[in-house]
Structures are given as C-alpha cells and as structure tokens.
Design a protein around this ligand. Structure first.
Ligand SMILES: [Zn+2]
Length: 499
C-alpha cells in the first residue's frame, strides 16, 4: 500500500500587511521528500501521527512536502502552486490513500479557499482515492473542503497541543475505510458568527463546553469524530467564521444530529464569543497591582492586537511604550521584529550602549495606521543566531529559528529583538538567549492564547492589553467586504439562523 502524506499550512490574515512569498515558508519550515520524515517524525505533530500509522500498517510512505509559514497576509500565487503542485504530482504518481495536514484558513492570491481548491484538484486527479484531513482549530470550513475528502477533523485544544492525537484519530478512520471496517460519512454546519480568537481558549468558556460536547458524542459512540472550528475572523472571505463537522460510521443522521446540537449550543452563547475591551492604561495599572500581590512567577502582559501567530507585524510599540511610561520594571519582552535594529546591535557588539529606533517598521493600511518606532537606549546584552528546539507541549521537538537575534537591555526591560516573525508560545524564546522568564516580574508577549502552552505553568497572573495592530479584537477597526452577510456581530441577528 502506498500512502501520500503531506503538510501545507498557513493561517492567512487578509488584513495583515506582512507578505507571504515562498521565502516565508522556507523561513519557518519547507521540506521535501525524505526530509519530511526526518524533520517531523520526532515531533508531536500531525505528520508524526500519520507516519507512525503508516509504519504500523506496513504502508509505503510518499512524503512530497511539509510546508508551513507563520501567519501573515495572502499567500503568493507561486508559493501556493508550488505546494499544491508537489502534492498533486505525488498523487499523480499513484497511491492508495492520501493523508493531509492542512490549516483550513489559507487564502492565496489565486484562491480564497486554499484547502478547498487543493482538495478539489486532488479529487479531480484521483476520484476514488480515500483522503483524510486534519485542520487547525482556526479553520474556516467550506463546502469544497467537506465535499472533497472522506474524513476531516480538527484540533480540540487552543493552544494546539493535541495535533498528534487528532492525526491518529482521523488516520485510524482512513485505514478503517481502506480495510472495509468503517464507512465514514460526514456532516457539517455553521451559524453566522465571527467568533473572536481571544475567546477561543479551550480551557475557558464558551469553548470548554463545546469541546466537552464533542467528546461526549465521541465517547458515547454516536460519531467517530466531532469537531468545532472556532474559525479565523481575521480573514475577510465569504466563509469566515465558526463551524462544526462530524464523522459517523455509516449513519448520516447521527452525524447531522451532533452538528445540530453543536450549532444550537454555539448560537445560544454567541455573545460569549466576543471580547470586551478596556483602556490600555487601566490594564497596565492592574498588572502593576498584581505583581505587588503575594505569589510566585511573572505577570504575563499580552499584547494581543499584535499577535504574530495571527498575522501581526510584531513591531507595534504601543504596549511597550505604555509599560515604560507607567514605570514597570524587570520586564522581559518577547519578541520585537526588527531586523535592522538587530543588525545595528550586531555591528555595535555585546556590551555596547546603543540608542535605537526600535520597531514600527511596518505600516498597517488596513487599519489606517503607520508604523511608529520607539526610541530606546540600552546595552546589547547578547547576540544569537536565534535557533533552538521547542521543549514545551506545542510543536514539541521542532527546531525553530527567530533569525539573527539580539537582546537589548534598557535597565527596566530586556527586549528580545528578532529577524523572523515568531509567536512566543514556548519558554525557549527567552531561555535560548539567556533570559529566565520564571524569575522576571513581568513577561510581555506578542501572543494571544498560544502563550499558555509554555507560559501558563509559570505565570502568576495574565493581563490582556488592548494595543494597536492587525490582530485587533475590535471589529469596528476592520473593513469587511467579502464575508457573507448578515453575520454576527457585524450585523444584529435576533432570530436563530441557519447559515
Ligand atoms: Zn490555530
């Protein structure tokens, strides 16, 4: 048996000014052929689960590509064609099954539905070859995706720490179908709601209950797999928003019943999917009070409107400036994207005192804001190539690179300045450059929920700070033109609606 195993992932923020050429995939992960297996088998990611299942089943693995880039603007057409082309070529070479690790929210210059278009092309080439797909919790599910595969599943965790588990589940369903032991049938549905990322942590409501409902449906044997996708509201495409999908064993009515239950639960709690704002200065003042209260560990300061992991430019200085203005001390900042500042610090050398224009390199036309740097004076504390291996629960085992990296020490702040966008979800962002975040008073992160994977265990408290950026949770700042209407909360919808 020959099985094509491949990964093609990008979460596209159509409001992000950060371009997504092929080089951005190379900067995070783009490997081909046997290198796919070498790079991903030692991880806890979906591909590792697929590879293990194929080995257990004695199947030959054909791994054309594993490519992922940090979230950013629409994927360049040539990058999209390169990735999908590699997968299509492997399928054309002949195979008995296809196992894909996709994101679900990829928008390319030449298609608003990167995954749906890929799956349509695969089906056209190999109409009867079984296909299983794993998607991210932030997938914007489409009819084309569901129609062109046999089993589709998503993560149940945010931060995403169950990639291996969901890959194993959907992979077992696929092999069950290949052996004639299972007859997977899918149902899916959605309600017109743009659920906000900041409200999708699976340890909190409303997602904790939604995930519990999916697990009950699985444990009770109603369905083989049930998924709620929070969706990715920062993609201005027709199909953006929350959805759910189920896989039952031959019983379409059962699959649909669970979908209907989930839709009702989502709609009844729709207001819980919306983030409530508060002034930045108030939140920083609260952080200072929390740091003074008894307890161990740092107070985490979340600069969520400039979250790299959702397409943020990672160089907006609003929150850093307010933290300095209020005189907070012993703050570690991870990280600020500014390759030019890194080069300046590398030229100056370790121990040198430098005055820099830090950050603010990127304009954000979608929200009408120009980049604004912050002038800072400090000591160059450390220089690094920015490479390290993730040891926390998310992406465990993967070698990552922040690019050339420098630590600027202003006295009150130690700032990790990086040359490649990198969301801080693992302590390695700091420990790889000699900073122990456990012993800081404050840790300021350009993150939203994923930081919890590495930092929740060491945090005394977390304070959410409303800065500026293209990952804002303030819908009024974003001009939606393509998402289907009406949709809540852009439009007031009073009666329960089928979408
Ligand atoms: Zn995600």
């Amino acid at each position: 048996m020959r099985v094509v195993v491949a990964m093609m992932k990008h979460e596209t923020n159509t409001f992000s000014p950060v371009p997504t050429p092929w080089a951005r995939f190379e900067a995070w992960s783009a490997v081909f052929g046997d290198e796919v297996i070498r790079a991903y088998e030692p991880t806890n990611m979906t591909l590792a689960a697929y590879i293990r299942l194929c080995r257990q089943e004695g199947a030959e693995i054909v791994a054309p590509i594993a490519a992922e880039a940090m979230p950013s603007g629409p994927v360049a057409a040539d990058a999209y064609e390169r990735m999908s082309g590699a997968i299509l070529e492997a399928v054309a070479g002949g195979c008995d099954a296809i196992m894909l690790d996709l994101h679900g929210a990829m928008v390319a210059e030449n298609t608003p539905d990167g995954e749906g278009t890929l799956l349509e092309r695969i089906r056209a080439l190999a109409p009867s070859t079984p296909i299983c797909v794993t998607c991210d919790l932030h997938c914007n599910l489409t009819q084309a995706m569901v129609d062109n595969c046999d089993a589709l599943i998503g993560y149940k965790t945010y931060p995403h720490t169950d990639m291996f588990e969901v890959g194993s589940t959907v992979g077992r369903i696929l092999f069950g179908k290949l052996k004639g032991e299972l007859d997977p049938v899918m149902a899916w549905g959605r309600v017109p709601l743009l659920s906000q990322t900041l409200r999708q942590g699976t340890d909190d409501e409303p997602f904790r209950s939604l995930i519990a409902t999916t697990r009950e449906a699985e444990a009770g044997g109603e369905v083989l797999a049930a998924t709620v996708f929070g969706g990715f509201a920062l993609a201005d495409i027709h199909d953006a928003g929350i959805s759910c999908v189920t896989i039952a064993d031959g019983d379409r009515a059962a699959a649909e019943a669970v979908v209907d239950r989930l839709k009702g639960e989502i709609w009844n709690h729709r207001d819980d999917h919306l983030y409530r704002h508060r002034p930045l200065a108030d939140a920083v003042a609260e952080a200072r009070r929390l740091a003074d209260a008894p307890g161990e560990g740092p107070v985490i300061l979340l600069d969520h409107a400039d979250n790299t992991g959702s397409g943020g430019t990672q160089d907006v200085m609003t929150v850093v400036a307010e933290v300095l203005r209020q005189g907070l001390e012993d703050v570690a900042v991870g990280g600020i994207w500014d390759p030019q500042a890194v080069q300046q610090m590398m030229s100056a050398g370790v121990g040198a005192t430098v005055t820099l224009q830090l950050g603010g390199r990127t304009d954000m036309p979608s929200i009408g804001v120009d980049g604004e740097p912050l002038t800072l004076t400090g000591t160059v504390r450390l220089l690094s190539d920015g490479e390290w291996v993730v040891r926390g629960p998310m992406y465990h085992g993967l070698r990552v690179s922040m690019g050339p990296t420098a630590v600027l020490d202003t006295g009150a702040m130690q700032i990790v300045v990086i040359s490649r966008h990198h969301e801080p979800w693992d302590l390695g962002v700091f420990t790889s450059v000699g900073i122990d975040p456990r012993h800081k008073r404050f840790v300021l992160l350009k993150s939203r929920i994923h930081y919890r994977a590495g930092f929740a265990p060491i945090a005394k408290q977390t304070v959410t700070l409303d800065g500026i950026g293209v990952t804002t949770s303030d819908n009024h700042l974003l001009r939606y033109e393509n998402v289907r209407r009406p949709i809540y909360p852009l439009d007031q919808i009073n009666a329960p609606v089928d979408d």
